[in-house]
Design a protein around this ligand. Structure first.
Ligand SMILES: NC(=O)c1ccc[n+]([C@@H]2O[C@H](COP(=O)([O-])OP(=O)(O)OC[C@H]3O[C@@H](n4cnc5c(N)ncnc54)[C@H](O)[C@@H]3O)[C@@H](O)[C@H]2O)c1
Length: 265
């Protein structure tokens, strides 16, 4: 089935990839475009936004690259305005930005904690505030936020700020979903488990050590299927949640974790 997002305008925040290969945001942006959406590719790193947008245009689909930082409300407002100028509407917000800093509650600095919360959680607030007036005027919209199983379980890695931010993302989305259901706006969280995407490699060396191969093998071994998931697993979940197929799904937390949460239930 193709064309699941035909005629829709999607903003993907964190649409680049922090390393070679496919990150969750890049895969979602490309998949949304393949399904017919006009995709606004937003990233703090201009080159990353442009790379994703060019991948989409090279495949013959519609994309607009925007350099913007979720730490700035005016950047999010400028992004929403650019989307409206481009197509006249905003149907989808996919919030993929997430950073992590290894450190348990005793070790993490207040500055690091606040920075992670600001990007992962307050950035989501800023992005939602930028798009909600348009979605409310349209009486239609779908928001998906990439949270993590770290928001509901201890994953074995001490990252207090990351876990706290993701738990808050899940509850923020539930609250938004209930309050905006009468306005025709849905909101859901995606909870990836252990995924093999470029974002894990550098930050997690602080926990696993410098040997990337050993890190990946250890993470694979933790998963019930014997391997981590990939960016496309998260992207297809996002596609479902922002499409009309999920028209009665809101306030949900969708696990995309290969069963690892059930293993530790
Ligand atoms: N890989 C995993 O194991 C895993 C597991 C659970 C959840 N997640 C979540 O998946 C999401 C990220 O996945 P990814 O693979 O696309 O990561 P990624 O780091 O490859 O891509 C995210 C993009 O966000 C951009 N970004 C970072 N800070 C930003 C800011 N302040 N403003 C705008 N853009 C910014 C980065 O430049 C990057 O291009 C995060 O929310 C993460 O918490 C990942």
């Amino acid at each position: 089935m193709a064309g699941r997002l035909t005629g829709k305008t999607a903003i993907v925040v964190g649409a680049g990839s922090s390393g070679p290969g496919w990150g969750n945001g890049k895969a979602a942006a490309v998949l949304f475009a393949r399904e017919g959406a006009s995709v606004v590719c937003v990233d703090r790193v201009a080159a990353a936004a442009i790379e994703t947008a060019e991948t989409i245009s090279d495949e013959g689909h519609q994309a607009l690259a925007i350099e913007a930082d979720v730490s700035r409300l005016d950047d999010m407002a400028r992004t929403a305005a650019a989307a409206r100028d481009w197509t006249g509407r905003i149907d989808i917000l996919h919030y993929n930005v997430g950073i992590l800093d290894v450190g348990g509650p005793a070790e993490t600095t207040v500055e690091s904690f606040q920075h992670v919360i600001d990007v992962n959680l307050t950035g989501l607030l800023r992005a939602c505030q930028a798009v909600l007036p348009t979605m409310r005027a349209q009486r239609r919209g779908a928001i998906a936020a990439v949270a993590s199983i770290a928001g509901i379980r201890y994953t074995g890695v001490p990252y207090a700020s990351y876990s706290a931010s993701k738990a808050a993302v899940i509850q923020f989305i539930r609250t938004l979903a209930v309050e905006h259901a009468p306005h025709g706006i849905r909101a859901n969280s995606i909870l990836p488990g252990l995924m093999n995407t470029p974002m894990i490699v550098e930050p997690l060396k602080k926990h696993y050590g410098p040997d990337t191969g050993a890190m990946l093998a250890e993470r694979d071994a933790q998963c019930p299927m014997g391997h981590m998931g990939d960016a496309w697993d998260v992207a297809y979940a996002a596609l479902y949640l922002v499409s009309d197929e999920a028209k009665y799904v809101t306030g949900a937390d969708l696990l995309v974790d290969g069963g690892i949460t059930a293993k530790f239930a």
